[in-house]
Ligand binder design. Structure first.
Ligand SMILES: Cc1cc2nc3c(=O)[nH]c(=O)nc-3n(C[C@H](O)[C@H](O)[C@H](O)COP(=O)(O)O)c2cc1C
Length: 190
């Protein structure tokens, strides 16, 4: 954990599979903006199949095993969510549903996390982020409350290469990462 290595190890994933996703680009931006003493590994949710209890009974699919192992190995999570119809995309909910199993043994339990997101509308995925915070309650995860990072009007805030060019958004991601580092050290012990 954080105290052993001196580095807070974060696993990040984004709830969009789109090649030019603003949310995936925001996650890559977080990698650029890491404070000293923090490492961020990105996990791609694309190989995770649709949740099915029959499949689960036969054994967790390899992609799910890998996802759960990476979560367990991380000190904290960074979840970047788009907003689909005022909520989190099925891709993200499906992945969290898999990782929540089996009940009582989920690697998500007790994890500190930070949430951020981008949408093309004025609301910057805020409604989805509040739904995600509700999901965190049953999973007994511990999200950082502040700052909130809502990248609104995303189409004008990233350039054609996926670089986040908006200074205020970059600044708020930097502050969120620092808050996650501080929160993780407080939860796990410095
Ligand atoms: C099925 C669907 C539903 C959407 N619903 C919302 C919404 O409720 N609110 C919003 O701000 N944007 C909504 N959008 C627009 C997304 O914010 C936009 O497509 C965004 O770029 C998706 O994230 P990505 O770039 O990471 O793929 C929706 C998009 C899709 C495809």
């Amino acid at each position: 954990m954080a105290e052993a290595s001196g580095t807070v190890k974060v696993l990040g994933f984004a709830g969009s599979l789109r090649r030019d996703s603003y949310n995936r680009a925001a996650l890559r931006t977080a990698q650029e903006l890491l404070p000293p003493g923090m490492a961020l590994e990105i996990f791609d949710l694309a190989p995770i199949p649709l949740f099915n209890e029959d499949v689960e009974r036969e054994g967790f699919p390899a992609a799910v095993v890998q996802f759960k192992e990476r979560i367990a190995a991380a000190d904290a999570l960074l979840i970047v969510t788009p907003e689909y119809n005022y909520s989190i995309p099925g891709v993200l909910k499906n992945s969290l549903d898999w990782a929540s199993r089996p009940p009582g043994q989920s690697p998500l339990m007790g994890k500190p996390l930070a949430i951020m997101g981008a949408s093309t509308s004025y609301f910057g995925s805020s409604r989805a982020q509040y739904h995600l915070r509700q999901v965190c309650i049953i999973l007994n995860m511990h999200p950082v409350n502040s700052p909130e990072v809502f990248i609104s009007g995303a189409a004008s805030k990233f350039d054609g290469t996926g670089k986040l060019t908006d200074g205020m958004s970059r600044d708020s991601i930097s502050k969120l990462l620092l808050a996650l580092q501080d929160w993780t050290i407080r939860l796990w012990g410095a």
